[in-house]
Design a binder for this molecule. Structure first.
Ligand SMILES: NC(=O)c1ccc[n+]([C@@H]2O[C@H](COP(=O)([O-])OP(=O)(O)OC[C@H]3O[C@@H](n4cnc5c(N)ncnc54)[C@H](O)[C@@H]3O)[C@@H](O)[C@H]2O)c1
Ligand SMILES: [Zn+2]
Length: 353
C-alpha cells in the first residue's frame, strides 16, 4: 500500500492547494453528506482551488453507506465526465470517507482521492489507514478495499459544530490510541477537560492520536499482525453494538468501544498483569463520560455468540488484543467462556449495574 500523507493543517486552504497540486487531474469532484455540505463545505466557499469542483451530496449517517448511494456517486462521476485522471475530495465523517474512498478505489479501476475528515472519529481513525467500503446485506463494511487517500487533511476547526455524542464517540478511539501507545499520551487524554473545550489543545491531542494510528498502519498495512492492536476494546465493543442494534437501542460505535475497553482492560489485568490503578483510572473516565450500557446475566450467552461470529474471529475462536502495560501489546489472545462471563460480571459491578 503506498504511503498516505497525513497533515494537521495550520491553514486548510494552503494545505489543500498543495495536496491538489500533488495530484495532477483533469476534473475535480467533492463529496459531502447533507450535513457536511451545509456545515463544512459552506466554510470552504470561495476557495479558488475548489471553484471548478463538481459537488456530489449524499444522505447522512450509516443508513446511507449502501450500494445504492455508491452507485449514485459512480453515476455522477460518469455523467460529469470523470476519467482515470480525475480527483475526488471526501469532506465528511467516516461514512463519507469510507464510501467516497471506495467509490474512488473502484471508479475506472481507481482514481486518486483526498480525505478531509470532519468528525473526531474520522480524523483520528476512519480517514487514515486506507480501509474503504460500504455496508451490504445487513453487514457492516461487508464490501470494501484497501485504498489509501493521497492526502488526509485534518482541520480541527470543523469540530466546533460536532455534537457531544459524536465527540465522545471519536474520543473513545483516542483513548484506545493512548492505551496502546504511551503513558504520557494516555494521561493527557484522561486529564483533558471536555466541559471547557480548549480547541487549540484538542488539536494537539488529535495530532498525537492520529500519529499512533499512522505508525501502526505503516508497520502492518493489511492487518496481518500489529495492526490488530487497533482492535483493543473492539472484540467486546462489537458485541455490545450488535446487542444494542438487535434490541433496538443502537449506540454510537465509540461508546461501544469505550465499554469494550472497560471489559478488555479487566481481561488485560487478569491475564497479562495490566496495572490495577491505570485500569481503575481509565474506567472512571469512561463511567463519567459514557455512562454504562446496561445488560443482565441472561444476555451473556447472546453477547458471547456475537463475539464468536464477529468477522475478525475465525472458527468461533474469540481473539482479544490485551495489554501488559500501557503500550505493551499482546495480540491474538484467547480465553475461556467462564473468564468471559466473569469479565461481564466485573463490568456490571464496576459500572454500577
Ligand atoms: N475505514 C476505517 O478504518 C474506519 C474506522 C472507524 C470507523 N469507520 C467507519 O466510519 C463511520 C463512522 O464515522 P463517523 O462517526 O464519523 O460517522 P458519520 O460520518 O456518520 O458522522 C456522524 C454524523 O456527524 C455529522 N457530521 C460530520 N461532520 C460534522 C461536523 N463537523 N459538525 C457536525 N456534524 C457533522 C454527519 O453528517 C453525521 O450525521 C462508520 O461507517 C464506520 O464503519 C471506518
Ligand atoms: Zn472503532
Amino acid at each position: 500500500m503506498s504511503k498516505q500523507e497525513v497533515i494537521l493543517c495550520e491553514d486548510l486552504e494552503s494545505s489543500l492547494k498543495r495536496a491538489i497540486d500533488n495530484c495532477p487531474h483533469d476534473r475535480l469532484f467533492i463529496l459531502t453528506d447533507d450535513h457536511t455540505h451545509h456545515l463544512c463545505l459552506s466554510q470552504l466557499a470561495g476557495l479558488s482551488v475548489l471553484k471548478d469542483a463538481v459537488e456530489i451530496t449524499i444522505g447522512a449517517e450509516d443508513v446511507h453507506k449502501t450500494l445504492e448511494t455508491l452507485a449514485s456517486v459512480w453515476q455522477v462521476l460518469s455523467e460529469k465526465g470523470a476519467t482515470r485522471h480525475s480527483l475526488l475530495i471526501n469532506l465528511g465523517g467516516g461514512m463519507v470517507t469510507d464510501l467516497g474512498g471506495f467509490a474512488a478505489a473502484t471508479f475506472k479501476r481507481g482514481i486518486a482521492y483526498i480525505n478531509i475528515p470532519t468528525t473526531l472519529l474520522a480524523m483520528v481513525d476512519a480517514s487514515v489507514g486506507g480501509k474503504t467500503g460500504i455496508n451490504f446485506n445487513g453487514l457492516k463494511n461487508e464490501i470494501g478495499a484497501f485504498a489509501p487517500a493521497a492526502s488526509v487533511l485534518i482541520e480541527t476547526e470543523f469540530l466546533r459544530t460536532l455534537d457531544a455524542h459524536n465527540f465522545f464517540s471519536g474520543y473513545a478511539e483516542m483513548l484506545k490510541h493512548g492505551l496502546i501507545s504511551n503513558t504520557s499520551h494516555w494521561a493527557e487524554l484522561l486529564a483533558f477537560d471536555t466541559e471547557k473545550m480548549d480547541y487549540g489543545y484538542l488539536k494537539k491531542l488529535v495530532g498525537h492520536s492520529v500519529q499512533v494510528k499512522e505508525d501502526i498502519v505503516k508497520q502492518d498495512p493489511f492487518e496481518h499482525g500489529i495492526r490488530k492492536a487497533l482492535n483493543l476494546g473492539h472484540t467486546v465493543g462489537h458485541a455490545f453494538e450488535s446487542l444494542a442494534l438487535a434490541e433496538n437501542r443502537p449506540v454510537l460505535h465509540g461508546y461501544a468501544v469505550a465499554w469494550g475497553i472497560v471489559c478488555e482492560l479487566y481481561l488485560s489485568h487478569l491475564k497479562a498483569g495490566f496495572p490495577k490503578d491505570k485500569m481503575r483510572q481509565t474506567i472512571l473516565f469512561i463511567k463519567d463520560n459514557y455512562g454504562a450500557f446496561p445488560f443482565d446475566c441472561k444476555q451473556y450467552d447472546r453477547l458471547y455468540k456475537f463475539m464468536q461470529h464477529d468477522k475478525k474471529n475465525n472458527a468461533g475462536v474469540i481473539n482479544f488484543t490485551l495489554l501488559k502495560e500501557i503500550g505493551d501489546i499482546s495480540i491474538n489472545q484467547t480465553t475461556d467462556k467462564d473468564t468471559i462471563f466473569e469479565m461481564f460480571d466485573f463490568y456490571r459491578e464496576c459500572m454500577g449495574m
